[in-house]
Design a protein around this ligand. Structure first.
Ligand code: PLP
Length: 433
């Protein structure tokens, strides 16, 4: 991931009040035109487009009357709590989790993350002295980050402590300082590959540090590898063996790995995965055994038949890439054409995943999103990428370009840029009197 270089012809921030008033009038007129167009476009959530969903339509008829796995087990019945070994094998290498330590479960990894935290609150995790719920606990949250991670903690009164997310992962010095001084910290959110929303990919050095830093025995990395196979280019990060590195560092139980096929096949009708050390996996299986008599193995078989093997998965993801690459190029094109000439923002250029992270002039993100909404362009609420919805700089906007068709996306991006330019000119004008 790289941040787009900005070498503006005229930076809005450098204009004198008269020149600023003149561009403000220009932007206001463009905005009135935009509003008059009566658009109704949506850039809010990172959902696959309909053409991406079509790639998995065979799931609608698979497994074509079959109901046995490779071992001959009748999958129509109860049992098989750990999920189909054939499906776990397809994802094991990309996630760098050995098949026996990787479980295939229900339809959503967010549910598994939520339930893991709920179990930790009620009973504690292996190595901990007390259930998390019997103490004041905190999680480290690299920012900008994924709002639904934050919502789980907010719901259960787990304090969220933001740390900066750099291009190569969370700021290790900030994490180390927190772990050293605050023993309420029991968890940390991590999206190690193509993070939501910046697209950051954690480097091996950062991962080594995160698994090695001194921390409580019941400190857990919530390693949400949601975008492990979601590449947009030819340059691909080598998957990092977080479990192996943690074991080497003497902290084998620290990482809990999560993933799903939500953005491989059908979100909501896919398969979630969780992996960890043998101790953690035993703990999860014990917890699950009172919650369910087994996952939807027929859906898992459907996925095995669709994806076939690791190569089949890679080929399937190439088809997603072919659809998504032009959409991400459209984002770069729009921002370069409309924002760069005014120094009106910086944005990421991710090598994969589902989002682009845009930073506008401080104090303008909320106003820009509001102006866009009033012109019929829905954007993820400003602040959503920070714990408690509070972006202290009011600068970050998450761009989710995957869902709209390309022509609608281009229109929405152009309108969003108009809203951003007007919001920035308004703010700078107010500051300069
Ligand atoms: N994790 C991250 C980082 C995501 O961005 C998303 C969806 O946007 C999810 C998890 C949701 O995954 P699932 O559909 O498996 O619950």
């Amino acid at each position: 991931m790289t941040s787009a270089p900005v070498s503006p012809a005229v930076s809005l921030a450098d204009l004198d009040p008269d020149a600023l008033r003149s561009v403000h009038a220009e932007f206001a007129a463009a905005y009135e035109e935009l509003k008059a167009a009566g658009l109704k476009l949506d850039l809010t959530r990172g959902k696959p487009g309909a053409d991406q969903l079509d790639l998995s339509n065979d799931l609608l008829h698979l497994p074509d009357g079959e109901y046995r796995d490779a071992a001959g087990t009748d999958l129509r019945n109860y049992g098989g709590a750990v999920g189909l070994p054939e499906l776990r094998a397809i994802f094991a290498d990309a996630l760098r989790v050995p098949v026996p330590q990787l479980l295939a479960l229900g339809n959503a990894s967010l549910t598994v993350m939520h339930d893991t935290i709920a179990q930790a609150l009620i009973q504690g995790v292996p190595g901990g002295e007390l259930p998390w719920g019997r103490q004041q606990i905190s999680f480290i949250a690299p920012v900008p980050g994924y709002d639904r991670h934050f919502s789980i903690c907010e719901r259960y009164g787990i304090r969220l402590i933001p740390v900066p997310l750099n291009d190569d992962g969370p700021d290790v010095a900030a994490v180390a300082a927190l772990l050293e001084t605050d023993d309420s910290i029991k968890g940390m959110w991590c999206v190690p590959v193509y993070s939501n929303p910046t697209g950051a990919v954690y480097s091996e050095d950062v991962v080594r540090a995160l698994v090695s830093l001194p921390a409580a025995a019941d400190f857990r990395l919530f390693w949400d590898n949601a975008y492990a196979v979601h590449h947009l280019g030819d340059e691909r990060p080598e998957p990092i063996d977080v479990l192996g590195l943690a074991a080497e560092a003497g902290n084998p139980d620290r990482p809990l790995v999560f993933a799903s096929t939500s953005k491989v096949t059908f979100p909501g009708a896919g398969v979630a995965f969780v992996g960890g050390s043998p101790t953690n996996v035993d703990w999860i299986v014990r917890n699950m055994s009172v919650q369910s008599i087994g996952p939807d193995k027929i859906n898992q078989l459907r996925h095995v038949r669709l994806l076939r093997d690791e190569q089949g998965l890679a080929a399937h993801m190439e088809k997603h890439r072919a659809i998504l690459e032009p959409k991400f190029a459209a984002v770069q094109g729009a921002f370069e054409a409309r924002l760069a000439p005014y120094g009106a923002g910086t944005w990421t250029s991710p090598g994969g995943g589902y989002f682009v992270s845009l930073d506008v002039v401080d104090g303008c993100a909320k106003r820009a999103v509001q102006l866009a909404a009033e012109a019929g362009i829905a954007v993820t609420p400003a602040g959503a990428t920070f714990p408690y919805g509070d972006d202290p700089r009011d600068a970050n906007i998450r761009i989710a370009p995957t869902f709209p068709p390309l022509d609608e996306l281009r229109t929405a991006l152009d309108g969003l840029c108009t809203a951003i330019l007007l919001a920035e000119a308004e703010t700078l004008l107010a500051a300069k009197g």
